[in-house]
Ligand binder design. Structure first.
Ligand code: HEC
Length: 169
């Protein structure tokens, strides 16, 4: 957790340097060890950086339509935030989810089945989860029917990767 926060903060800081005039993020690197503090201080990636991240995703996500993914995400928004340090609502904040185990959002009370899951969130697992959460993980308390269209899921997953601080390996 701590290492992830540091890595994220460092990477975002590096991206920030090449970006617009937004600065002031680097002074926060000491406090970056605190999971709540670090993401809040992270500068937003620019649109150009988001496009670069998108292009670096493995196929088919590199051809994802971010604008459409954002539209698909509208159905998630009543329950989830995706910004750094965003609130847990009915569902957990999703920032930083890729590359970590299910059930890790700070301060969120997950169902037993999600807490017990041992896989790591990646595009493939998320694709199955989003197709039908209750089929993929019987017992989950995510009351959501699923995103049935495969292309909608590609665009949504690409959007989530770009927006939630995913870093290519
Ligand atoms: C009606 C509310 C609701 C909607 C709509 C919803 N979710 Fe969820 N989501 C939840 C809840 C509740 C959980 C916690 C599940 C559990 O603990 O069993 C969750 C968990 C998750 C997780 C696991 C997070 C983790 O930290 O392991 C992901 C990923 C996720 N949702 C993505 C989405 C996406 C993407 C959408 C939109 C397509 C969506 N959800 C729509 C309520 C919702």
């Amino acid at each position: 957790m701590r290492r992830l926060a540091l890595t994220l903060a460092a990477t975002v800081a590096v991206i920030g340097l090449s970006a617009c005039g937004k600065s002031g993020g680097s002074s926060g690197s000491e406090t970056a060890a605190a999971p709540e503090a670090a993401p809040a201080a992270a500068p937003e990636p620019t649109d150009a950086e988001k496009q670069a991240l998108l292009a670096a995703l493995p196929a088919p996500y590199n051809t994802g339509d971010l604008a459409h993914g954002k539209q698909v995400f509208a159905v998630c928004k009543s329950c989830h935030t995706i910004v750094p340090g965003g609130a847990n609502m009915t569902g957990p904040n999703l920032y930083g989810m890729f590359g970590r185990k299910p059930g890790m959002a700070e301060g969120y009370k997950y169902s037993e089945v999600v807490k017990a899951a041992t896989f790591t969130w990646d595009a493939e697992h998320l694709d199955q989860w989003l197709t039908s959460p209750k089929t993929f993980m019987p017992g989950t308390k995510m009351s959501f029917v699923g995103v049935k269209d495969a292309k909608d899921r590609v665009d949504l997953i690409a959007y989530l990767k770009v927006e939630t601080g995913y870093k290519p390996q």
